[in-house]
Design a protein. Sequence first.
Lengths: 523, 284
Amino acid sequence: MSFSSTSFLNYAPAPESTALLNLKPDYGLFINGDFQPGNGTPFQTISPATEKQIAMIASANEADVDTAVAAARRAYDRTWSRMSGSDRGKYLFRIARLMQERARELAVAESLDNGKPITESRDVDIPLAAAWFFYYAGWADKLDYAGVGPNPAALGVAAQVIPWNFPLLMLAWKIAPALAAGNTVVLKPAETTPLTALLFAEILQQADLPAGVVNIITGAGSTGQALVNHPDVNKVAFTGSTAVGRMIARSVAGTGKKLTLELGGKGANIVFDDAPIDQAIEGIISGVFFNQGHVCCAGSRLLVQESIHDEVIDRLKARMSTLRVGDPLDKNTDVGAINSAEQLQRIRELSDIGEQEGAERWSPDCALPQNGFWFAPTIFTNVSTSHRIARDEVFGPVLSVLTFRTPAEAIAKANNTPYGLSAGIWSDKGSRILAVADKLRAGVIWANTFNKFDPASPFGGYKESGYGREGGRHGLAAYLAPAARPGSRARTAAISAKAGSAKASTEKVSTEKAAAARKKATK
Amino acid sequence: MTRLTVPKTYKLYIGGKFPRSESGRVYAVSSAGGDFLANAAKGSRKDARDAVVAARAALKGWSGATAYNRGQVLYRIAELLEGRRAQFIDEIMQAEGASAAAASAQVDDAIDAWVWYAGWADKYVQVAGNANPVSGPYFNLSVPEPTGVVAIVAPQAGGSLLGFVSAVAPALVAGNTVVVIAHETAPLTAISLGEVLATSDVPGGVVNILTGSPAEIAPWLASHADVNALDLLGAGALDWVNLQIAAADTLKRVLPPEPDAAPSLARILAFTETKTVWHTKSLL
């Protein structure tokens, strides 16, 4: 089969203008309502499509983290925890509206900094981020209905560390519910994608959000580590790799900090022989090539029923041949730039291992730009469950195809992973979809669709994909503690530890140990 | 002339059977007054691993049972426990040196806890799950599901029976299966409760009870890759922070020690996972 007859793809370039961007040459840390220089060595943020510098970014060291957490604590004690829910909500509504107003600017900045196609930042990332604030704004004065009982309490200061794949959207997932629940925030964006978070800081200034309620500190992994381990934070929320998630889970052990982890995935996309095939092909394509495959819930393992394997592969290859890889700011682009040289290296490495282990590799002919980080959409067939490309998260535009004969085999293969974030089911038979969905160990299941997100819909993993949910009522509860129950020593102790400082939480540990020791002694 | 009594041999409860520890070890359990009561099995790492295998094997059936069925089974435990009130009061008085009134109250509370939790089995999904009004033509539903195999360090607080029940019952409601380390110095009521479980309709392997040293056994469960969650409710006297650190390697859900555990929906939900299913609606 030949796919060379793709001349209809030779569209004229349709680049989005960067004229509406009004970027500063360098950005400081956003602490206590103002930008200030960091004490670490500033670093550059580049466009992964051109490797050109966009701006210089301040780096926060431990002292800066300290300052930011202190600002958040002050804002929590003096302002945010005393404000009415309806006023908190009004600030969040304001932020949502300002994001909508500046949506195009944010979309261009996001595509520039991250490398994702402008169509995605314009139609998915930015509108969803604004929707997230709008959704949680309305929750701020309705916390009694969040599902943790009447008069729930905020936790205090939330430390939030987010990844580079959906920079502004992940910021919204983290900040909106935290503020609605009454917490204050110190957030660290990813090292390679700080830009929209800093524009967001300007939006907070326009919204006149009280100083210190949201602090945004930039830097590398060590900044995030210092933030997560800071003794005066009460809540840690992290989205990123499972390896770092493990490290964080270890470091918060025994501190009483509440933890939400959204980690890696190796999502199975199961296609039965009665699937609506046109939609399934589109779903498989968007499931793994959306956002260059930099999606923790990507459908990176295609499980296709044996009887339709050849047809599906042929049609996938044909569809992949029409994907346009290139300039993220071009409105015709389907697949943009890989976010960083480091990530590109990892994708190449795992793909090479896929070949070495005996899987069959195929990519469409596509010219990749000279500069920047690029990887052609790739499909591996003849993959077996033990191959690393079927087990490791590639986090790139790479699809591994496996086959199955029976629903039971599909379920067994889909669940054969330590991850459990997402899965897809394609079938025309409703009863089969529901039965299979019941048996999949994954937090989000898309039936006859894929990669759908909504602020009202809880998102999060089973097993080693992390714990806690973001989105919906469940995402709100992750930032709340039940009200103290009269007569319950447990609850009161837990809440006072949360309301107090880290000293209180370490004290809680030692008090508990002491209490236990006392109990032992009196036995 | 007094009749010579027939003392009971206390063993482990794994996979619906009562084996001795594979290690052959026992330890002497004394009453509150210091008198010898029995030799309890001193569970080993291998026993813990066997218990996890049994719990994993039982998971499909228990989590797959209808909520109504699980509720009835949990209620049945209360029924059988009610019938054995005298035995448990007697054991608690011996083990803990409790007064008859206190022991009786503890057994009543334990029975009532089973009844309370039994009633949740077919309701917690409605309370914790919901339909989500997403912006698009999708049917979107979030429901809680059991986390899987839960390892529990049972507390002594509240009494050797009530502490045990307050940790185990909520984990069972959603369909989790459990491996419980009974309290070290007062483990006998837990094993007697195992006899109740074995003769009620709880399938073998759903509850597995280990006796012995929690300090020795718990680390193996905390690091076990086939255990999904760790309830440290009764681990306050152990090096529980290191248990939580060990559990982080496989990202287990962990509940820290607490001084008490009154029946609560939160304890049920602590070992559930929210699954959200999206389905397209056709455009008519």
